[in-house]
Design a protein around this ligand. Structure first.
Ligand code: NIG
Ligand code: FE
Length: 422
């Protein structure tokens, strides 16, 4: 990842913006009439528009200047939990669920994740890339500048590596940072039926090669009754730790396995889902500084009724992040803005909590300290909105007010994404 400013990239001054910097003690880090200067892909200065003259006095003149006339500017959005690379879809499974079958019943009958595994293994690299790139562009049109992508639909050494390589290619070919997560322990592939421990041996064995190939930034496990046990989770985490890779966990989604406390004992970056999280799990996450990644799309689409313990997380000071969890089975969501609305309406987060959840706290969930706020030294990943205040982004749903996206200092028009058939 590029961290040093490049002199080839010109400085740009953005003036008369309403700034939600998420920096400093003010609610939203608010600056009513603000300005922001980028240089070489990073933010060089941010402050009140009235102070632009003083700020520029000691700097080279910016090559471009834009008057935003009071439009809202925020950090670029970060979708820190997706399963974006897969073949096929599960629209027929959706119909089955509408007729009464449960997600768990479908999974146990060999459908669910395993049907996507079959479609993914059968798909070419090129078609996996094309489908994932289309999905990524839809997210990017709403201001997403950083995206996490998990493997987990290959479930053998070859296909897992292939999916991670497709994710890496997204980061090279689109104006987007992609962070990859190895999720071999997502489901038991059919060839290992009845041999989950042997499969976990295999997952642990292929991690070093994935890391050596530069394919993996973190390691995840689905710890649940239809996933893997806490003991199996521990083995994968030990293998990750031996390689110096950070871990995260699909924890307490369908049942309480004590997964969050286990993950916290490995200083996990995040625990994700958490509808069945216990008080002890909350305390363990607070002590380890682990982010609670809330996924309202999956809660909604599976028609869950048990809410994640938001009040307890808030009281314990656990940072909360929000993501789409885009995947074909439990959350075919392609709108991080809609997740803001759902986080407020369904989970009762405040609009500011939800917005910090797709910026500041999402960055933290990916272990990235260089983004998620508007402050000097941060990456110039920005979004400009046809809005006056960021609470509007959580309030309106079914509409994309994103006007401009800036990624590492380079601006492009946002708005409706082209969706071409494959
Ligand atoms: O995050 N919980 C496990 N994994 C996904 C669902 C994947 C699928 O159903 O294909 C999730 O909800
Ligand atoms: Fe997930």
């Amino acid at each position: 990842m590029q961290t040093t400013p490049s002199p080839a990239r010109p400085g740009t001054l953005w003036r008369h913006a309403r700034l939600a910097t998420l920096d400093g003690p003010e609610p939203w880090g608010w600056v009513e009439d603000g300005a922001l200067l980028t240089e070489g892909g990073h933010i060089a200065w941010v402050g009140r528009d009235a102070d632009v003259g003083t700020a520029l006095a000691s700097r080279p003149a910016p090559q471009a200047e834009h008057d935003l006339q009071g439009a809202l500017m925020t950090p670029g959005l970060i979708d820190a939990h997706t399963h974006l690379v897969y073949g096929g879809d599960r629209a027929a499974e959706f119909e089955l669920r509408l007729q009464g079958a449960t997600y768990e019943q479908i999974a146990r009958a060999g459908g669910g994740i395993r049907s996507t595994v079959a479609a993914t293994r059968a798909a070419s690299d090129e078609s996996l890339f094309a489908a994932a790139a289309r999905r990524a562009r839809v997210l990017m049109a709403e201001g997403v500048t950083t995206l996490e992508v998990k493997s987990g639909y290959g479930l053998d050494a070859t296909h897992e590596a292939r999916c991670l390589a497709v994710a890496r290619r997204l980061g090279r070919e689109l104006p987007l940072t992609v962070r990859t997560t190895s999720l071999g322990a997502h489901a038991l592939p059919p060839e290992y039926a009845g041999r989950a421990d042997d499969y976990i041996d295999a997952v642990c064995a292929w991690l070093p090669a994935q890391q050596a190939a530069g394919l993996v930034d973190a390691v995840d496990v689905f710890c649940d009754t239809i996933g893997f046990t806490p003991a199996q989770t521990r083995r994968v985490f030990d293998a990750a730790r031996a390689l110096g890779l950070p871990v995260k966990l699909h924890a307490e989604q369908l049942s309480d396995q004590g997964g969050a406390a286990l993950a916290a004992s490995y200083r996990a970056l995040s625990c994700d889902h958490l509808e069945h999280l216990s008080e002890a799990g909350v305390a363990a996450m607070a002590a380890s500084g682990t982010v609670a990644m809330l996924l309202p799309g999956a809660y909604y689409f599976l028609r869950e009724t048990r809410l994640p313990p938001v009040a307890a997380l808030r009281a314990a000071g656990v940072p909360m992040a929000i993501a789409t969890d885009h995947n074909p089975g439990s959350s075919p969501a392609l709108s991080l803005l809609l997740m803001l609305s759902m986080a407020c309406t369904l989970f009762r987060l405040t609009p500011e909590e939800a917005f910090r959840g797709v910026t500041e706290h999402a960055a933290r969930a990916l272990g990235l300290a260089d983004r998620g706020r508007l402050a000097a030294g941060q990456r110039a990943d920005l979004a400009v909105w046809d809005a006056q205040h960021p609470r509007e982004l959580a309030y309106v749903f079914g509409h994309n007010p994103c006007r401009t996206v800036v990624q590492a200092g380079v601006a492009r028009a946002a708005g409706p994404a082209p969706w071409q058939p494959a």
